[in-house]
Design a protein around this ligand. Structure first.
Ligand SMILES: C[S@@+](CC[C@H](N)C(=O)[O-])C[C@H]1O[C@@H](n2cnc3c(N)ncnc32)[C@H](O)[C@@H]1O
Length: 199
């Protein structure tokens, strides 16, 4: 990948590392940092990955859970990288999930994680509202499909909606953390809200 003018050395480091380690996106290092901090993903776990394309989180999660686990991904776009047999992906809109796909995805996940991001318009209020809608939908999925004791990892953009979203997690999880990985792009407003120990 050519590094565009204006990219800084810090960005290059994670993009180059991802290429070298054969991950399709630098975003893998955000999940890796979350995992190193909280160790939420374990061998044999069932994981639901919302907004999974191009597949870096899927690939990393599949390595962590191993063949006795299960990783299911959903995205508007298809995932084209090779993945092991315990990973299934679906092309779908999480905001409008078809009943057949909804059934195929199943229930009883140990982790529901969302790295979803809407396509942006450049208008801050519109973009924040779209992002918030994705977060609330991801939380709804987590509420329905997480096992008790399970965890929810969700990307959210820091805005006035952040506290409202964090408040929505409180009654659902015993513990909650906000985490800003070092591998997030400089200047990015994204942050990860993590609920663990589902009640
Ligand atoms: C930052 S990327 C995710 C990167 C991924 N975690 C990885 O490591 O490869 C955000 C993804 O969210 C997806 N997305 C946005 N809105 C969505 C929706 N309504 N339903 C499903 N996926 C959505 C986008 O298509 C995009 O692929």
């Amino acid at each position: 990948m050519t590094v565009s003018k204006g990219s800084n050395r810090w960005e290059d480091h994670y993009s180059q590392k991802a290429r070298k380690e054969n991950y399709p996106a630098r975003s893998v290092y955000k999940l890796q940092e979350i995992q190193q901090k909280l160790r939420l993903i374990r061998a044999g776990h069932h994981i639901l990955d919302l907004g999974c394309a191009p597949g870096a989180w899927l690939k990393y999660a599949a390595e962590l859970v191993g063949p006795s686990g299960r990783v299911v991904g959903i995205d508007l776009k298809p995932v084209t990288i090779p993945l092991p047999g315990h990973v299934q992906t679906y092309v779908a809109d999480i905001l409008n999930l078809d009943a057949t796909i909804s059934r195929a995805i199943g229930f009883d996940f140990h982790i529901v994680m969302s790295d979803m991001a809407p396509s942006t318009t450049g208008q801050k209020t519109v973009d924040s509202a779209r992002s918030f809608e994705l977060c609330e939908t991801a939380l709804h999925v987590a509420r329905e499909r997480l096992l008790s004791g399970g965890s929810f990892i969700c990307k959210i953009f820091q805005s006035e909606d952040f506290k409202a979203f964090s408040d929505q997690l409180k009654p659902l999880f015993h513990n909650q953390k906000t985490f800003k990985p070092q591998s997030c792009r400089k200047g990015s407003r994204e942050i990860y809200l993590i609920g663990y120990g589902k009640k």
